[in-house]
Design a protein around this ligand. Structure first.
Ligand SMILES: *[C@@H]1O[C@H](CO)[C@@H](O)[C@H](O)[C@H]1NC(C)=O
Ligand SMILES: *[C@@H]1O[C@H](CO)[C@@H](O)[C@H](O)[C@H]1NC(C)=O
Ligand SMILES: *[C@@H]1O[C@H](CO)[C@@H](O)[C@H](O)[C@H]1NC(C)=O
Ligand SMILES: *[C@@H]1O[C@H](CO)[C@@H](O)[C@H](O)[C@H]1NC(C)=O
Ligand SMILES: *[C@@H]1O[C@H](CO)[C@@H](O)[C@H](O)[C@H]1NC(C)=O
Length: 414
């Protein structure tokens, strides 16, 4: 199935797997709620809302599913005709905009087998693939690529940094039938390689030969003390010497005071302790490398990441500060068309969205400054009013609160 779950138009089935043609079979303009199922596993899941958010390039086209409430779990999913990626490339792609300025939370999607009960979907429900950004705290911002294999989950070993700014970003995972993969952010490759190498699905191909030891005489010393070097005859290595100018006191009584000794003074000719010079070791053999042998435990498995009855895409995540908007979800077997769709959706709108974001932030800043100014003025007034002749309501004017951001922006832009 070549499938595009466009949040705005709902669930758009594009073509039948494995055809790579890009024909739209079904479009619907609304009713996304009919195609997405909220889990009832927990009573207090957060709700998604369909919105383009605070800033966007196109109010209609940029509508996506946004997490609506802080500090909530979310569990929403959509079902499609089951398909398998056997002998086929699988591309999972979506865009996400953390316009709230995400502090801690998931920005990923999950793919589930057909057996999933959507009404009971939860964090422990078995899935095939979890893909997308996962952010929590400073420096902990990575792209998770967790893949299911024989009853276990495997995390990607290569750390991939995700984007943490407020703009929309496009995330793409490609899994190919030749067991290679690629992760792209904003249609640019950020990681690629072999599934076997970057996930620990299988025991390593090679292991250190358990019967090989480093020879006892193996010389790993890069430099040595020169055995030819000798201490010069006149090398002074006494730090202190008896003072040659000291004189025995006239009243020294050997019987009483013991034998007189010259007091010690620092040796003016002291050269420090002698050390032979350091030379490159002529017998240096290099670092000993433990020879490797084929791991008898290793058996190649062409079924890695081969999934059957892939049938549900879910937004199953936790967010502290909510507001992430998921959009432009695409499942396909065609890498190039995925890139093209990415270009045509996220790609054509990102610049304008960024402009609006900057504009929005400017307005927000100005608003805050004005509020701070007002507050200060009010405080001044209250100070003047110190005798409390007039009662002043502290409530904010509710009309001020309900200003429409976009309206404000548009007025400003005008
Ligand atoms: C995948 O390829 C293998 C080997 O060519 C073949 O035996 C198998 O039938 C193919 N599976 C599908 C679903 O096409
Ligand atoms: C992957 O990471 C795990 C845990 O950190 C480590 O044990 C393993 O050796 C790594 N595997 C590869 C192939 O780098
Ligand atoms: C795997 O397939 C991709 C796309 O068909 C190709 O570019 C790549 O060279 C292949 N890699 C290996 C290791 O076969
Ligand atoms: C896929 O689902 C169908 C229908 O439920 C089932 O008959 C089939 O065994 C499943 N295939 C796999 C590989 O699980
Ligand atoms: C997507 O856009 C980039 C940048 O404009 C371009 O280099 C690339 O060829 C496009 N890809 C496709 C498949 O159209």
């Amino acid at each position: 199935i070549l499938l595009n779950i466009n949040m705005l138009k709902g669930f758009v089935l594009l073509s039948t797997f494995p055809s790579s043609t890009f024909t739209r079979l079904l479009t619907e303009t609304d009713g996304w709620k009919k195609r997405w199922v909220e889990s009832k596993h927990q009573l207090d899941y957060g709700k998604f809302q369909l919105t383009a958010g605070k800033f966007y390039s196109d109010k209609e086209k940029d509508k996506g599913l946004q997490t609506g409430k802080d500090a909530k779990f979310y569990a929403l999913s959509t079902r499609f005709k089951p398909f398998s990626n056997e002998n086929e490339t699988l591309v999972v792609q979506f865009s996400v905009k953390h316009e709230q300025g995400i502090d801690c939370g998931g920005g990923h999607v999950k793919l589930f087998p057909a057996t999933l009960n959507q009404e009971d979907m939860h964090s422990e429900s078995e899935y095939y693939i979890m893909f997308g950004p996962d952010i929590c705290g400073f420096g902990n911002n990575k792209v998770q690529v967790i893949l299911h294999y024989q009853g276990k989950y495997y995390e990607n070993n290569k750390t991939i940094k995700c984007k943490i700014n407020k703009d929309s970003h496009l995330y793409t995972l490609i899994i190919r039938p030749n067991a290679t993969y690629e992760v792209k952010i904003d249609n640019k490759k950020v990681a690629a390689g072999g599934l076997e190498e970057d996930w620990d699905f299988l025991p390593p191909r090679k292991i250190k030969d358990p019967y090989a030891w480093k020879p006892r005489k193996w010389d790993e010393r890069l430099q040595i003390e020169d055995p030819e070097d000798k201490k010069p005859e006149d090398w002074e290595d006494f730090e202190y010497i008896p003072d040659p100018e000291a004189k025995k006191p006239a009243d020294w009584d050997e019987a009483m005071d013991g034998e007189w000794e010259r007091p010690l003074i620092p040796n003016p000719k002291y050269k420090g302790q002698w050390k032979p010079r350091i030379i490159d070791n002529p017998n240096y053999q290099g670092e000993w490398i433990h020879p490797e042998i084929d791991n008898p435990e290793y058996k190649p498995d062409p079924t890695i990441c081969r999934y059957y009855n892939i049938s549900v895409l879910g937004l199953e995540l936790w967010q502290v500060k909510s507001g992430s908007i998921f959009d432009n979800v695409l499942l396909t077997n065609d890498e190039e068309s995925a890139e093209k769709v990415g270009n045509e959706t996220w790609g054509t709108r990102k610049d304008l969205e960024k402009q609006w974001r900057e504009r929005y932030e400017e307005i927000e800043k100005r608003k805050q400054e004005e509020e701070a100014k007002k507050k200060k003025e009010k405080e001044e007034e209250e100070k003047d009013d110190i005798w409390g002749l007039e009662e002043e309501g502290n409530e904010e004017d509710p009309a001020e609160e309900s200003g429409n951001d976009r309206q404000m922006q548009e007025d400003d832009a005008d």
